[in-house]
Write a protein that binds this ligand. Structure first.
Ligand code: G1P
Length: 290
C-alpha cells in the first residue's frame, strides 16, 4: 500500500523580474489569466487531485497571496445580500478550509530545492506533491490527478514530463526514460538546464512532482548546481540511485506563465475555453487581418 499524497508544496518566493513593472508591487503569481490569478490554477488542480493541505513557500512582498486564499467575510456577506449566491458559493468552494493552508518563508533566494526544503517540518514524514505555479496546466483531469492515478499503481516518486523543442531544452530539467510501467515509465536520468545540444531527450520536467519525504534529507546537504542554486533536480537524481522514480506523460497543455509569451498564450487559449468570453475572443481573432 502506498501512503496517500495529502500535502502539496507551492513555491511562490520568486521575484518575477521578467514582468516588471507589473510585478513591482504585485506578486507575479497574482497576475490574472482570464479571471483567476495564476497561482489559483495550481491550487484548484491540487484540490481536484485530492490534496488536503497546501503549503506556500513565500517571500517578502507576497502577502497578497495569503489574503487571496482567505475567507473574506465582508465580500461573502455582501454578495449573498445582493442575491449573488452562486458567485459566493463558487468563491467558497475555491477557498481552502480552516487549517488546510500553511505559509512559510524562504528567507534567501537559494533555489527551488531550497524552497522545497523550507517546507520540511510542515510536510513531515509523508509523500507530498510540488506544484510550480508559473506552469499553468490545462488538462482533463488535471496534471496532478493524472499523476496520482499513476502513483496509486506504482508508488515511489513521480514527475510529469512533456515534449519540448530541442532549442528550448536548456530552459528546463530534462529526463532520460526507461521501461514502461502501467500508466508511468521509469526515469533513468535527469539533468537541470543542459547546455544547448547536450540534452538527453526532448522531455522536460513541467513543474509537477510527487516525492517521498526522503528528498528532504537529500536537499539538506545538496550542494549548488545549475545557476549557482540548490536544485531540486540534483537531489532527485541522487534519490534515483536508491529509490523508484517514474515519469508520467501529461495528457494536456502546459503554459509557461513565467515567460511573457507563455502568459499571453495562456490568456488567449483559456479565454477560448471560458463561457463568458469565448465567442467574442474567437470573433476578435478571426477579424484580425495579420
Ligand atoms: C524549475 C525546475 C526545472 C523545471 C522547471 C519547470 O526551473 O528546476 O527542472 O523544468 O522549473 O518550470 P525554473 O523554472 O525554476 O528555472
Amino acid at each position: 500500500m502506498t501512503k496517500p499524497v495529502r500535502k502539496a508544496v507551492v513555491p511562490v518566493a520568486g521575484l518575477g523580474t521578467r514582468f516588471l513593472p507589473a510585478t513591482k508591487a504585485l506578486p507575479k503569481e497574482m497576475l490574472t489569466v482570464v479571471d483567476r490569478p495564476v497561482v489559483q490554477y495550481c491550487v484548484d488542480e491540487a484540490f481536484e487531485a485530492g490534496i488536503e493541505h497546501i503549503i506556500f513557500v513565500t517571500g517578502r512582498g507576497k502577502g497578497l497571496i495569503e489574503d487571496h486564499f482567505d475567507y473574506q467575510f465582508e465580500l461573502d456577506a455582501t454578495l449573498r445580500q445582493r442575491g449573488k449566491v452562486p458567485v459566493a458559493d463558487q468563491l467558497d468552494a475555491q477557498t481552502p478550509g480552516a487549517g488546510q493552508i500553511s505559509f512559510t518563508r524562504q528567507q534567501r533566494p537559494l533555489g527551488l530545492g531550497h524552497a522545497v526544503w523550507c517546507a520540511r517540518d510542515i510536510v513531515g514524514d509523508e509523500p507530498f506533491a510540488v506544484l510550480l505555479p508559473d506552469m499553468v496546466m490545462d488538462g482533463k483531469p488535471g496534471c496532478l490527478k493524472q499523476m496520482i492515478d499513476a502513483y496509486d499503481e506504482v508508488g515511489g516518486n513521480i514527475i510529469a514530463v512533456q515534449e519540448t523543442l530541442p532549442e528550448l531544452t536548456h530552459k528546463y530539467g530534462i529526463v532520460e526514460t526507461g521501461a514502461e510501467k502501467g500508466k508511468a515509465f521509469e526515469i533513468t536520468g535527469m539533468v537541470e538546464k543542459p547546455a544547448q545540444g547536450t540534452a538527453p531527450s526532448n522531455l522536460y520536467i513541467n513543474g509537477r512532482y510527487i516525492l517521498q519525504p526522503k528528498i528532504m534529507d537529500l536537499l539538506s546537504s545538496q550542494s549548488t548546481g545549475a545557476g549557482g542554486e540548490i536544485q531540486l533536480t540534483d537531489s532527485m537524481l541522487a534519490m534515483m540511485e536508491t529509490d523508484p522514480f517514474y515519469g508520467v506523460s501529461f495528457d494536456g497543455r502546459t503554459y509557461d506563465c513565467g515567460s511573457k509569451f507563455g502568459f499571453l498564450e495562456a490568456n488567449i487559449m483559456l479565454a477560448l475555453k471560458n463561457d463568458d468570453v469565448r465567442d467574442e475572443v474567437s470573433e476578435l481573432i478571426k477579424s484580425l487581418d495579420l
